[in-house]
Each structure stands twice: as structure tokens, then as C-alpha cells.
Design a protein around this ligand. Structure first.
Ligand code: F6P
Length: 492
């Protein structure tokens, strides 16, 4: 029911939006007196940016700079500099705000809670206070920009919708939640859960990756507030307002991945990567270095496979790309050490005199062509997240495999498992199961690979990035018929 927007394409134009997120598509670097916008890589940025590059608008985000001078607003610039398409409005954070709001409440409290890892949560009143203050700051800066739709993103900014609603009762506000939304019992562990939900209820539309997250959210609202909830329609009546709750999984730019995968330079690079590894079969992992991604579990499953099936030794290599992330937090450093220790142990234990090394590990990010070359070089992509809102890497791999080869091993706890039914689903908590699924993937006959990929490619193509944001605007339009301008008003 909650997927119910099918192939939503707006018939009459799209509105200009203000996007608000903690991190945007650019960071600002200071070179003397000049500010240079530098692109970032990340799922949120690549999903949201096309709507702004196509139709104009403003993106409000923290751009990586810390400022203790008391300035109220940061810089405003047009980007890309060479061919300006939209504005970025910077939100400056003080060092203390950054520590308590971002490292503290967002990453040491909400992040583990939402991924159902409560033993990792730190609950601190000063973190919560900082979260409120920073959300208020984002809202204040957002209110200086008037556009047709305010589109707020992710758990960093859950209070922003209600702050906007108080100041602008008629505003059209959409919110997208990029991470899992846990069951109500679980969410209620959060001491400030009620306030956080109240913040979100300032929106007209609250969207999630899966119907399950949307249902969990509705159930949570019902625990805190005596409101009317129509579960089947995904509708809440709250203080005389209608709020739509829907599942609209993020899509990717399918066409761009297909294009890159057909590029002779990228294909040559894929061949180089294969040759350099010297393995008969290549397993690939591409993840942010985050404890939710299940990298140690993947390595342990590989060790198990090589133990149980010695025939694979010297023939199979796992190429693990770990993208640096949240370095300011101690447990991310500890995770890196654990991963590197496991890589050393496995290579020490299973390396054969001849043949491929069991694990090749790189701690770096890849640009898009290089990423696609890696997808093409692999036989199997391993996505073994302990819990993941969606997982765009899985979709990117599927879109890149225009050759009809390749197998996706996908955690049953990643949101993408709902859509990508052609994947080999696995339980990453259980190394034996994961090892068995990796073996299934390694031995899968080509016709089966092809038919599974075809089914997944259809889904990823139909639910691409444009479908994603057009679905949001279609819902907002249905709530406010006739108030959103037609294409002549939009910048095309
Ligand atoms: O996908 C969830 C998310 O929190 C995004 O909002 C964020 O950009 C990404 O993970 C990476 O995390 P961070 O911004 O903390 O580096």
C-alpha cells in the first residue's frame, strides 16, 4: 500500500525547492579570502542534487566549516561555479555545536539507536540541547529563503519541520528519513523520542525507504499522541492537518551508471583491476567505514569459507574498499583497527604460495568512473550491513552490470532487500549462513545470474532518482492542488 505511487511522473512542472540537510553536495574551502566550493561524494547528495540542477533552488547545509566568531549565517554561493544552477546557503556550526550535535546526539545517540544497537548509544542531556539549538539554527536560516517547497532530510534535522511550521503555518514541507526507522518499542528507548516525533509532525509528507519503516513510524506516533491514524492510506490527522506517511525508496541515476559502464575507458580500467588482483573470482565490498556495514562479519564469513572449502584458496579475492567516515569518533577508529587486524590475520592464515591474496583492502573513496570500474571488475558484490536504511551501493552495482553478469549478496537487514528480490539474501550476523550464500553466489550459473540481474535492473530503472523526487512533489501537489507553479515558473 505505501509504495502506492507507481511510476509517478509529474504532468505539470516541478516547483522550486529549498533543500535542507546536514551535509550537502559541497563543502567550502578557504583559500586566502576566497571560498572555493568542493564537491562531496555521498548517496544523499547524488540523490537530491538533480532536482536542484534541473529546476534551481537553494540547498541549506553545513559546509564543513567551524566558526566560533558568533556570525549568524554563513556564505551563500551559486554552484557549480562554471555553470551556476542553484544556490548553496551555508550553516556555520561552532566547535561545541559540532561536537555535541553532530558527533554527540546524531552519531553517538540517534545513529546507533536507529540501527537498533542500543549498547552503543550515549544519552546525554547536553547532546540533546545542542541538537535542539542546531535544528533551530537551521530553521532560522531556512526561513530567510522563500520557495514553494521545503524539503528537509534525515535524522540530523528532525525538529526543523515543526520550527518551520510554527513560523509559516501554510508552508509545504516534505521530510525524507534516510536511515532505518526502528519498531516503536525500540524507538521509545530514546528519552527525547516524543519531542523528536513532534518535530517531524510539522511536515506534510514524511517519507521512508520501506513500508516497514513507515509502519514503525506510524506505530510510534500512536504511542506518543492520541491522533487519528489511517494505516492503510498512510495518513495521520494531527491538529487539523493531514500528514502523509509513505515509502518512497531513494533511487539512483540509472542512466549515468549504464553510460559509465559502457564507456571503453571504464571497461579497460575494470580489466586492469581484474588483472592486478590475479584471482579467478573477485568478491567486492564498498562501504563507509561504519560499524553498521558489517565489514568484520564479512571478513569472518570469508575466513569461514576458506576454512571449509580450501579449494577456493588462492583463487578468490575479496577487494574491500572502506571509505573514511566520522573520524572524530573513537569507535570508528577502533573499527578501522579491527578491520585491519582481521585483514592481516586472514591474509597471514590463508595466503597460498601461489595465487591470489585472500583480501585486498583500501581505505579510500573512489570517484564515479573508478567506482563503476570496480563494480564491473567484480563477480560478486557483498553488502552485509547489520542494518542499513537502504544501501545505494547495491543499486549502483545492479545498474552498472549491463553485461548481465554478476551476483549481489545482500543483507536481509538492508532496506534495499525489499526491492532487490533477485539478490542472494543473507543474514550477516551468522558467519556460516553468510559463507554459504557467498559460495552460492560464486557458483551461480550464468543464465541464473542474468535472469536475477534483469529483474533487479527493471526495478532500479523504474524507481530511479527522478521517480524518487517526482513522487514527493506529486504527493505535495495532491495536498495543495493548484498552488504549485507550472514549468514556465520553474527554471528549465
Ligand atoms: O545515509 C545516512 C547518512 O547519515 C547521510 O545523511 C549522511 O550523509 C551519510 O549517512 C554519511 O554520514 P555523515 O554525513 O555523518 O558522514
Amino acid at each position: 500500500m505505501l509504495y502506492g505511487y507507481g511510476k509517478a511522473v509529474l504532468s505539470a512542472g516541478n516547483p522550486q525547492v529549498v533543500v535542507v540537510s546536514n551535509r550537502g553536495a559541497y563543502v567550502l574551502q578557504e583559500h586566502g579570502d576566497t571560498l572555493i566550493p568542493k564537491r562531496t561524494v555521498g548517496g544523499l547528495a547524488s540523490a537530491v542534487e538533480p532536482v536542484l540542477t534541473d529546476y534551481g533552488g537553494t540547498w541549506i547545509s553545513w559546509c564543513g566549516r567551524l566558526d566560533n566568531s558568533g556570525r549568524k549565517t554563513g556564505a551563500m554561493l551559486e554552484v557549480p561555479q562554471a555553470d551556476p544552477r542553484y544556490h548553496i546557503q551555508e550553516v556555520l556550526l561552532t566547535e561545541e555545536e559540532h561536537t555535541r550535535y553532530y558527533h554527540g546526539f546524531c552519531n553517538a545517540c540517534l545513529w546507533p539507536l536507529l540501527h537498533q544497537l542500543p549498547e552503543r548509544c550515549t544519552f546525554r542531556q547536553d547532546y540533546w540541547e545542542a541538537y535542539r539549538l542546531v535544528n533551530r539554527k537551521f530553521a532560522r536560516i531556512t526561513l530567510q529563503t522563500r520557495k514553494e517547497i521545503y524539503w528537509i532530510h534525515d535524522f540530523h534535522l528532525a525538529l526543523v519541520p515543526q520550527f518551520l511550521r510554527c513560523a509559516l503555518p501554510e508552508a509545504k514541507i516534505a521530510f525524507f528519513w534516510h536511515v532505518p526507522f526502528p519498531p516503536a518499542d525500540f524507538f521509545q528507548i530514546l528519552p527525547w523520542g516524543r519531542q523528536l516525533i513532534y518535530g517531524l509532525l510539522g511536515s506534510d509528507l514524511i517519507a521512508f525507504h520501506t513500508p516497514q519503516y513507515a509502519q514503525n513510524f506510524l506505530e510510534t506516533v500512536a504511542r506518543y499522541y492520541p491522533v487519528k491514524i489511517f494505516r492503510e492510506q498512510g495518513l495521520i490527522r494531527f491538529r487539523n492537518r493531514r500528514i502523509i506517511v509513505s515509502a518512497i525508496p531513494v533511487g539512483i541515476n540509472f542512466h549515468r551508471f549504464e553510460q559509465l559502464a559502457a564507456d571503453p575507458k571504464v571497461r579497460l580500467r575494470a580489466q586492469e583491476i581484474r588483472n592486478s588482483l590475479g584471482a579467478e573470482k573477485i568478491l567486492l565490498g564498498v562501504d563507509r567505514m561504519d560499524y553498521t556495514k558489517g565489514i568484520p562479519q564479512r571478513l569472518k564469513a570469508l575466513a569461514h569459507l576458506l576454512e571449509q572449502h580450501p579449494g577456493y584458496r588462492g583463487k578468490v579475492t575479496l577487494l574491500q574498499i572502506a571509505v573514511p567516515s566520522r573520524n572524530g569518533l573513537g569507535e570508528y577508529g577502533a573499527l578501522r583497527q579491527e578491520v585491519e587486524r582481521l585483514v592481516g590475520e586472514i591474509n597471514g592464515h590463508f595466503d597460498e604460495v601461489q595465487g591470489a591474496i585472500p583480501v585486498r583492502y583500501r581505505y579510500q573513496s573512489l570517484d564515479l568512473p573508478e567506482l563503476v570500474a570496480h563494480y564491473l571488475a567484480a563477480d560478486v558484490l557483498l553488502v552485509t550491513a547489520l542494518r542499513d536504511g537502504l544501501n545505494l551501493v547495491a543499486k549502483e552495482f545492479v545498474a552498472s552490470r549491463i553485461d548481465g553478469r554478476g551476483v549481489l549478496v545482500l543483507s536481509q537487514f538492508a532496506g534495499a532487500a525489499q526491492e532487490l528480490q533477485g539478490a542472494v539474501l543473507a543474514n550477516p550476523h551468522e558467519p556460516h549462513d553468510l559463507a554459504r550464500k557467498i559460495k552460492t553466489a560464486l557458483e551461480m550459473p550464468l543464465p541464473e545470474q542474468r535472469s536475477r540481474l534483469e529483474a533487479m535492473r527493471r526495478v532500479v530503472k523504474n524507481h530511479d532518482v527522478r521517480w524518487w523526487w517526482q513522487s514527493h512533489f506529486k504527493i505535495i501537489k495532491s495536498l495543495y492542488p493548484g498552488t504549485i507553479p507550472t514549468p514556465s515558473a520553474a527554471r528549465l
